[in-house]
Design a protein around this ligand. Sequence first.
Ligand code: NAD
Length: 343
Amino acid sequence: ATSASKVTVTAIAGDGIGPEVMRAVQQVLAAAGAQVAWEDAVAGGEAFARGISTGAPQETLDSIARNGVALKGPLATPVGHGEKSANVTLRTVFEMYGNIRPVRELPGIRTPFSGRGIDFTVVRENVEDLYAGIEHMQTPGVAQALKLVTEAGCARITELAAALAEAEGRRKVTIATKANILKLTEGMLKRVGEKVLAGHPSLVHEHMIVDNCAHQMVIRPEQFDVVVMTNMNGDILSDLAAGLVGGLGVAPSANLGDAVAMFEAVHGSAPQIAGMGLANPTALLLSALMMLRHIGDFATARKVEHALYVTLEEGVDLTGDIAAKGRGAQTDRYVARLIANLG
Ligand code: NAD
């Protein structure tokens, strides 16, 4: 193929281990022949250092808007004052209301849940709920936060969950809420969600109280297919779910809006190991596979996924966080092994 057939994707390497895992992923994708042209853009630490208080320069926003697709490394949240989180800036500027986190057992990654056939997707509402961040002191000693939930927001996140379930040939959508206590806000996702799903007769749907959902995810995680939740519940339970299948080093995600899709690992910038060549690029690589499928490059996604599964199964040259004790390899050794297994 010529470069004319390549899809341009904004690449934000990010902070800490970000540049290391981004380079690793780009090396693997290049070796696999992915038809992607990367457009490098800055956000996070480097932007703050340039005095851009939103953490994302206009060129970066323009690049994402133009391309509609981005792969992003972790962005460190500044400890100073006045600066916003660059992640929140990107999420709100592009109204990326859907956070998608696949939870799937991986070959070679041993967990207390191995062999159970865990394979579900958490769909978390990403812009409403308590994370609008509207809080204040009512009186000294009494703090109040606003939990904002809209019908439109509930409808579009449930539509997204349904579309995803249908696209992946899944059967069931679980709406998990705290509607028993918060009848108006959490209750809205239950009511609106059930109405939306009634319009998708090919899907089974159920409602589950979110605390029982947490319990069920640990007791019998294989029962879930697609689980949709409001922002904070989804935040907490998607991390729990990531822990079931191997944790942060292997947890991918997508942030979806109507015009933009941004793919990123769930983990942060891991400052303790930054620059040491120890970072595990698997989570970002799995995120890049979601990205390849989003842009329609299914063949390359399948090829890289196969190489990854073979590499994990072999268990040789894995990074320290997932290797057998004392057998951890450097990131570049792992990347070389992945590339060798592309066949
Ligand atoms: P973290 O995810 O960076 O690290 C948690 C632990 O997991 C650490 O022990 C770290 O070494 C390890 N770890 C994480 N990713 C790894 C990888 N790929 N390979 C090997 N080990 C890995 O979480 P934190 O320490 O709470 O946060 C550090 C910074 O990252 C903070 O500034 C935080 O705000 C930011 N953060 C950003 C994002 C994002 O950009 N989406 C997400 C979470 C945290």
